[in-house]
Structures are given as structure tokens and as C-alpha cells.
Write a protein that binds this ligand. Structure first.
Ligand SMILES: Nc1ncnc2c1ncn2[C@@H]1O[C@H](COP(=O)(O)OP(=O)(O)OP(=O)(O)O)[C@@H](O)[C@H]1O
Length: 369
């Protein structure tokens, strides 16, 4: 799939922009603070209906009240024209082929996008939230209903945590706790099962990619770590076990004022040649493992839904050495890719690609080749 054009008004530091895009490689180059990431972010907003890092008020230009984004996504057999209007403080409307969509999920059910930022390269080294984000992004792209479950789970979790905090002071409303518990167990077990199945599928792809990136020196494996069910345990009884542990943890949860178990605190354990990559891996090994994980997300999407996702590389190329740059570029042969950079030191690898280079200055494309 690819985005053939993009039109922006009052989006971050872009007053107005309209351009055609390459269906393969799009390089967005410029000095710092000129608008490279903003353009990439605009592609993401068109695909997801929201930003990956800023609130709506933050993406609308400072001195404006509203913003408009438009673009046409081409899939194998049809195309969708997407128009999104954003209004301060927090209102948005999405139109697909001029028909108003009721939910943002109308976008993610149809459009696959993989974002890759320097933060992702820290996925192995840092805390579990980046690893959970990785798995959730993969699932959102391959199983659209997952996004709704995740959203409902987060809402229920927020409500339960608020209630837990108030129960520290008085028992008022304790009877409603059961409603949130039931919802969390029901939604939480769906999330855990989806994640375990996702890891089963992606494990073999990640292993192959990592073999290639490390010249067959390293074997990478992924394990789902849940505080409700142990790896390899029978997931048929998950709901029962989950309910029991929830009851056991209730007093502790009230004392702490938050829900201490569930998929929101789960993790992925990554091993390299059977040692724990987070504890024992060198920085280089951890970064290569993170790269393998992101590339395998792209490959899994390709095989699961028979569409190439749009790939957004925000400042990632400058973080990789030449060898790794060369190796990853071959995964972009048949995808649309957006690459932001301040310098083009990887041009040699892109000789045979269909590419467009956009030079950005103060929120404008000043050169296009
Ligand atoms: N809502 C907004 N309205 C107007 N300008 C904004 C808004 N939000 C951010 N900016 C400005 O837009 C400019 C471009 O930001 P952007 O992150 O796109 O830069 P960049 O070219 O990717 O820079 P870098 O190479 O440093 O990452 C920055 O100067 C930023 O302060």
C-alpha cells in the first residue's frame, strides 16, 4: 500500500503544503527544526487519526484553531481518499472517500503503518513499555479488532485505578469494583492471548531476520512474560486464574491505589543464544535485536494481510552504521518508506530504488528531485 499525495494546512510548522509522493522511497532532508518529523507525523496522523507523540492541540499550528490533512491511500485493488480535520482543543473528524467515519478504527482497519524511531532501538535495553508498544503495534496492524480491545481495557483500567484510590479513603462505591474487575479480566485475557499468539507467529520471522543481520552468529528468541500465566502454561484456564489472582491482589491494589496485575504490566523477554539480551547483551547486540524485531513486524504484516505496510523511519538511519543501513534497506524494496535525515549518507544503497528527495526549510519543500 502507499500514499500517493499529501495536502496539509496549519499542521505544526506547515502553513500549506501539497505534494505527490513516491510509492517507494521518500527522503525528507533538512537541517534541525525545519519540519522533517512534522511531515512524517502528518503521514502517521492520516493513517491513524492521531499523532504518536503529540496531542491534537500540539499538532495544530500555534496561532491557528484548526488544521486539515488530506491524502490518498492506494491498496492492491482500490484507493481511499482520507481527509481529517482537527479542531482545538480536542475535536477531530475523519472522512474516507467523503463519507464521515464514526471511529478512528475505520482508518486502522484499512491502513497499515509501521513507525520506527530511535526510541525503538532502545526497546531491548529500556523498560517493558517499549516492548509492549512493539507487540501492540504489530497486533494493531494485523488484527484491527485488537485496537478496540486495548482501548476499552485502558479505559476500564483508568476507572478501576481511580476507584482504588478513592477506596483508600472510604468504602464508598466498593460494590462497583466488581464491574470493572469483570471487564478487566474479560478484556485482559483477550489481550494476553492475542499477544502470546502474536509472539508465536513472529518468533520464526525474527529468528531468520536476526540470523541474516548477524551473519548467522546469533539466535534470537522472544517469550511473553505475564504475571498471570507463566510461559508455556495452559492458556485455556486463563480467565479462571486471572479472576483468582485479581481477588488475591485486591487489598494490595487498594493500598497502592492501582491495578498491579494484567497485560498493562506484562513484558517480553528477549534472548540471544539463550542468554537474556536486556541483562547481558552489549549495546550493539541490543540495537541489532531491536532492529530485527521491527523488521519482523513489517514482514509479518506482509505475510498476514498480503499488503506492504507504509514504513516511517524517523531519524533512524543516522543511528545505524553503514553495514546495518545496507542490510535493512533491502527490506524496503516493495514498500513505501518515508525517511527523515539531516544528511544523506546512505544514497549509494538506494541507487536502484524509485525515490523522491524533499528538501525542507521552515515548513516548506524548497527542492524536490
Ligand atoms: N503546533 C506547532 N505550530 C507551529 N510550529 C510548531 C508546532 N509544533 C512544533 N513546531 C515547530 O516546528 C518545527 C519543526 O519541528 P520538527 O520536529 O518537524 O523538526 P525536524 O526538522 O524534524 O527537526 P530535528 O532534525 O531537530 O528533529 C520546530 O521548530 C518546532 O518547534
Amino acid at each position: 500500500m502507499y500514499l500517493s499525495n499529501i495536502k496539509l494546512s496549519n499542521f505544526r510548522n506547515y502553513n500549506a503544503l501539497s505534494t505527490e509522493l513516491s510509492s517507494n522511497i521518500n527522503i525528507i532532508i533538512g537541517d534541525n527544526a525545519q519540519g522533517k518529523t512534522s511531515l512524517l507525523e502528518a503521514v502517521y496522523v492520516l493513517a491513524r487519526g492521531k499523532s504518536y507523540k503529540n496531542t491534537m492541540s500540539e499538532i495544530i499550528s500555534w496561532n491557528r484553531e484548526s488544521s486539515l490533512l488530506e491524502g490518498t491511500f492506494h491498496k492492491q485493488y482500490y484507493k481511499d481518499h482520507v481527509r481529517i480535520s482537527l479542531n482545538k482543543p480536542n475535536k477531530s473528524a475523519i472522512y474516507i472517500n467523503d463519507k464521515k467515519a464514526n471511529k478512528r478504527s475505520a482508518l486502522w482497519e484499512n491502513i497499515q503503518v509501521v513507525l520506527f524511531s530511535p526510541e525503538d532501538l532502545k526497546m531491548i535495553k529500556e523498560g517493558p513499555d517499549l516492548r509492549r508498544k512493539f507487540i501492540d503495534s504489530g497486533l494493531n496492524n494485523t488484527k484491527p479488532s485488537y485496537g478496540n480491545v486495548l482501548r476499552d481495557y485502558s479505559r476500564a483500567l483508568y476507572q478501576r485505578n481511580n476507584l482504588l484510590k478513592s477506596l483508600r479513603r472510604s468504602n464508598y462505591g466498593k460494590e462497583t469494583l466488581e464491574v470493572w474487575d469483570q471487564q478487566l479480566v474479560h478484556l485482559g485475557q483477550k489481550i494476553i492471548i492475542s499477544r502470546i499468539n502474536f509472539l508465536k507467529k513472529i518468533n520464526s520471522i525474527t529468528k531468520e531476520i536476526h540470523y541474516t543481520l548477524t551473519n548467522k552468529q546469533e539466535e534470537l528468541k522472544l517469550f511473553y512474560i505475564s504475571n498471570i500465566i507463566k510461559n508455556g502454561e495452559d492458556i485455556d484456564h486463563l480467565e479462571e486464574v486471572y479472576e483468582k489472582k485479581f481477588r488475591q491482589n485486591l487489598e494490595r491494589d487498594i493500598q497502592k491505589g492501582y491495578t498491579s496485575i494484567g497485560p498493562h504490566v506484562d513484558d517480553i523477554r528477549v534472548t540471544i543464544n539463550d542468554f537474556d539480551a536486556k541483562t547481558y547483551g552489549s549495546q550493539g547486540q541490543q540495537r541489532t535485536a531491536a532492529l530485527s524485531l521491527k523488521l519482523s513486524e513489517i514482514e509479518l504484516i506482509k505475510s498476514e494481510i498480503d499488503e506492504n505496510p507504509i514504513i516511517l523511519l524517523d531519524d533512524v538511519m543516522s543511528e545505524l552504521d553503514v553495514k546495518r543501513q545496507e542490510k535493512i534497506i533491502k527490506y524496503f524494496e516493495s514498500s513505501q518508506v518515508f525517511i527523515t535525515c539531516t544528511e544523506m549518507n546512505f544514497e549509494d544503497f538506494l541507487e536502484n530504488f524509485n525515490k523522491k528527495i524533499y528538501t525542507i526549510e521552515r515548513g516548506q519543500i524548497v527542492k524536490e528531485t
